[in-house]
Structure formats: structure tokens, C-alpha cells
Design a protein around this ligand. Sequence first.
Ligand SMILES: [Zn+2]
Length: 408
Amino acid sequence: MGIGDRFSHQGVAQLRAIVKANQTGLDISPVWNKSNREHIYVHSHPADVRKEADAAVAALGFSGKYFVDADHINLGTVAPFVETADFFTLDVASFIGKESPDAEVKDFVASCSKYMGRLSIPGIDHPIEVIEELLVVIAGKFLAATKQASEIYSFLKEKKGEGNFITEVSMDEVETPQTPVDLFFILKMLADKGVPAQTIAPKFTGRFNKGVDYTGNVDQFAREFEEDVLVIDYAIKEFGLPAELKLSVHSGSDKFTIYPIMAGIIKKYDKGLHVKTAGTTWLEEVIGLALAGGEALETAKSIYTIALGRKDELCAPYADVIDIDDSKLPSAEEVAGWSSEKFANTLRHIPGHPDYNPNLRQLIHVGYKVASEMGTTYTDLLKKYADVIGSCVEENIYDRHLKRLFNL
Ligand SMILES: [Zn+2]
């Protein structure tokens, strides 16, 4: 379970939710993830995440496995994470579609002779027609990206030693989804290049907007997700990839519509799953501040008001993962008159609640830079109102996420 938080104050509260779920017999490992981009915006350092995770684990006497994820790193950004992370998300999305030398494409096509014709993957009822043209197209899309993954992996293997870290490969931050057939050959390329991927984050069909529910064709998602799970199962045996290889769902928080579908499929095939959340916890901080009232409520309101004024700037880096309807954003004047409950109910993700506003929620989601700029004014409030905020964080991870993901 990927957890994480922008300002590194909610480690214990998040872990409490996981401990509570594990008390029901589950074995969930928390993974504290933070991307280079987040570190830049809040001026934090990879070592801070390690400190937060270790402190939370010590505070609760957590005895299970836990990890610190260098999220979305590449060769240029990985170095500062090497020492303190033990989980690396190799982001190779920007290499998708980059040209590879002809000889490499030819070698790949030749190495697939076994799969030419009708490829049947156990559990998938329709065979896949594999012809040379398809393989050339797939090589054109993914050969360079998987080669890049192997270069980052080799760097890490050299620095950290084989087997001392988890390898995730991510291709999710792109517009075009990867199909189960793409995934099959991506996994083959990774195995060929010696990348022992333990989790893989494809771009799934549909929109995975930040902090709000899934939008897209739910039936198609369900079909593709199930086929992806079957492809992975087959790829483990066929290519000798790690047995625990699992799907990773990025921007995974708040996708309440598809949680029962994912839960049903992983249960059906007895598979693992990695779900990344992080920003949803920052939103709970703002909800907690609103509920605390007084100066804290005023700060929550200022975060919104400032974010509203700087909407274009804050939204730009997240254009592919948010959908805000400007006409549904309340004005600063309107929000100024809100009570604690009205603010919290508008921001909190309770599907069907009459006050819930996903537009305001997404804007605040990308507005953490505003809180960061408030410096200690913000973080002092996190300390002062730690109890109320901590309950919000725990309730969100446990009641709204883990309960739905694991049918608790
Ligand atoms: Zn991601």
C-alpha cells in the first residue's frame, strides 16, 4: 500500500490505518512514496521520508515489512534517493516511442518466434494474433523504454547490491493506455534485459484523476485489469520474472468505483496488488484544519483562495491527471462564509454527499505548493491540531480505502 504525505507529519496516522487492517488477518506492507517533483515543491529531501517511516514504525512497534519508495525517478534524479530508499519506481514513460536501432528491433522480433501465430494466455478466452508487424509496432513503442529501465536498474544494482531493493517500472504518466498484449511483451523485454520487476505500473484505460473517483468505461477497465493479472501470471512462469510481480495502480487513491472490481480480481487469482496514494492524505490535513476551526479554518480557507488565484500555474504540471470544471469552483467570497462542517464536507470525498465538490477537491489537491510556501505557519498548525488531523488521515485510509479494497 503506497502511502506518503507531502509534509511528513502523518506517518503514524497512516500506519495506524494499516495496523488496524492487518489486525483482521491481512498482510499489508506500507510503502512510503514521494516523487522528486513533490520533494522539489515542498523543499524536502529523500532522507526525510526514511526518517518519517522509521519513526512511525518505531512509534507503533510495527513488525511487518515496510519500504521507502523513490517514486518516479530516472537516471537524472535517482542519485539522492539511493541511500535511503529501498523501493525504486523507474519512470520510463518519456522513453515510450523513442526509436531503437534496427538491429535491436530485429533481435526482439526474432526472440518472439515462439509466440508468433495464435498466442493463448491461460485464462484469457480469446487468443492473440501475433504477427511480425505487431511486434515491430510494440518494439517501436517500448524497446527504448525498457532499455532505459535496465540502465536505471543496473545503476541501482551497482550502488545498492542485487536483491536489496524492490524494482517497480512505471509507464503510467502517458495519454495512451497499454493493452494487456503490450504488457505481455513489455514484461518479456524487461526479463530479456535482466530487470527483475516486482511491480509494474501501466497506464490503464480511463482517467485516474488526482484524489477523485475513476472516470471511464468501468467494464472495459475490469476486462483489461483481469487480463493484465493473467498476463502477469503467465509472464512470471514464461520469462522467469519474480513470483511476487504485481500490478501497481498509480494515482490510486479515491478510485472507489473500481476498488471492488480490483479486489474481486486479485482475490479470484490470489494475486497481490500495489496501490499508490499520497495526495489524499494532504487533503485530510486541510479537512482536519477546517474542522479544528478558528485560525486553522482560516488557513484552510486561505489555501483554497490562494490556489484559486493561481489555478493555472498550480494545475499546469498535473494537466493529464485532473479535470476541473471552473464554473463549479466556489468563489473566495462564498468560501469565506463557510463553517467548519461546510468546508470539510465540500472537500471530503464522500460519494453522493450533497456538499462534496470534486472540483474544489482537485484544486486543493494540486495546491500543496501554497501550504508549502506558508512554511512553519502551516506546519505549526499541523502540530497544534495533530489529533484531529490524525483521525481524519486514519479514517480516510482505513474506512474509505482499505475497507473497500479488501472488503473489510
Ligand atoms: Zn505515478
